[in-house]
Design a binder for this molecule. Structure first.
Ligand code: F42
Length: 144
């Protein structure tokens, strides 16, 4: 079993601890927004360690849509590179944990469709895209 290394960002690590520590009954929203959050559990492509990343919960049928926005920062988040290297993840959605496989969405029409769903679920994604030169990556997570 690999070791879990918490995020260096304290508020993120704290959210993961509260979310998982409660079995998915507490700490499941983004701060005071009340909007739901999932936790993506994956492997670090350099360390091999278990990484846990809270993301907004955006769904499309039985799939989850993962938006690598990182608040509109100029660089992709580290987890983007982890998921490109190893697409097998687990997703915790409140009390349930699903084994999923991710792929990055490259088709322009599919991107547009999923982006619209994401912005509806979490409107600040639009501001994040306006803030940055990079095209914010979108992953689809499908059940394995
Ligand atoms: N981020 C988003 O991009 N989208 C969201 O929808 C989103 C929602 C959200 C909701 C709640 C919440 O608490 C956080 C939320 N975040 C969201 C922030 C998200 O959880 C991440 O913190 C953010 O996207 C930054 O991702 P990151 O992977 O760059 O994380 C940093 C802070 C981090 O933990 N870095 C680690 C570190 O030690 O610096 C590196 C972890 C890592 O993956 N290392 C790899 C390894 O091998 O272990 C190497 C990676 C490499 O390429 O160097």
């Amino acid at each position: 079993m690999s070791k879990y290394i918490p995020s260096t960002s304290k508020w993120v690590a704290d959210q993961v601890e509260r979310y998982e520590g409660s079995g998915g009954t507490e700490g499941t929203t983004l701060r005071e927004t009340g909007l739901p959050v999932i936790i993506v559990i994956n492997r670090g492509h350099k360390t091999g360690a278990i990484r846990k990343t809270p993301l907004m919960r955006v769904v499309d049928g039985e799939n989850y849509i993962l938006i690598a926005s990182q608040g509109g920062a100029p660089q992709h988040p580290k987890w983007y590179h982890n998921l490109k290297a190893d697409p097998n993840v687990e997703i915790r959605d409140k009390t349930e944990v699903h084994a999923m496989r991710v792929h990055e969405v490259v088709d322009a029409d599919e991107r547009r469709r999923l982006w619209a769903i994401a912005v509806k679920a979490f409107p600040p994604y639009r501001d994040y895209q306006e803030k940055t030169e990079r095209v914010i990556p979108i992953f689809v997570a499908e059940p394995r």
